[in-house]
Design a binder for this molecule. Structure first.
Ligand SMILES: [Zn+2]
Length: 115
C-alpha cells in the first residue's frame, strides 16, 4: 500500500510503499523534543516529490542519520540512514502521513536516551 505524506506547508511531500505494522516512540534527545512516531522502511520505498532545496538536513552525534525537515515550515518528515548491514533505510514520521489512523497501530517505546 502506498501512503502519501507531507510537511505542514506541502513543500516537502512523499509517497512511501509498505504496510505500517507499528510505530516507534523514541526518547532520545531529538525524538523526545519533536515527538515523532517513526516507521522504518528500506530507503528505495520512499519517493520524494517537490524541489530538493526545500529539504533541509540536521545531523548530530555521529552524524550518520540525516534528519530531514522542511526549510519553510520546519516539520520533520523523515530521516535517512544506513542500517548495520549496510542497507539504506528511511525513518518515516508517521504523523506526517495523510489519512492514516495512528491509533490503529501499536506503539513500541524505544529507550534511545541511553545510546
Ligand atoms: Zn513545509
Amino acid at each position: 500500500m502506498v501512503h502519501h505524506g507531507s510537511c505542514h506547508c506541502g513543500k516537502v511531500s512523499f509517497d512511501v510503499d509498505g504496510e505500517v505494522d507499528g510505530a516507534l516512540a523514541c526518547n532520545c534527545s531529538i525524538c523526545a523534543r519533536r515527538g515523532s512516531l517513526l516507521w522504518f522502511v528500506p530507503r528505495e520505498r520512499l519517493q520524494l516529490h517537490g524541489a530538493p532545496e526545500n529539504l533541509a538536513s540536521y545531523t548530530f552525534n555521529k552524524h550518520v542519520i540525516k534528519h530531514r525537515f522542511c526549510s519553510a515550515c520546519g516539520i520533520h518528515a523523515f530521516g535517512e540512514g544506513t542500517a548495520p548491514k549496510g542497507n539504506k533505510m528511511a525513518a518515516i514520521n508517521l504523523r506526517c502521513l495523510e489519512d492514516f489512523d495512528l491509533d490503529a497501530v501499536p506503539v513500541q517505546h524505544f529507550d534511545g536516551r541511553v545510546m
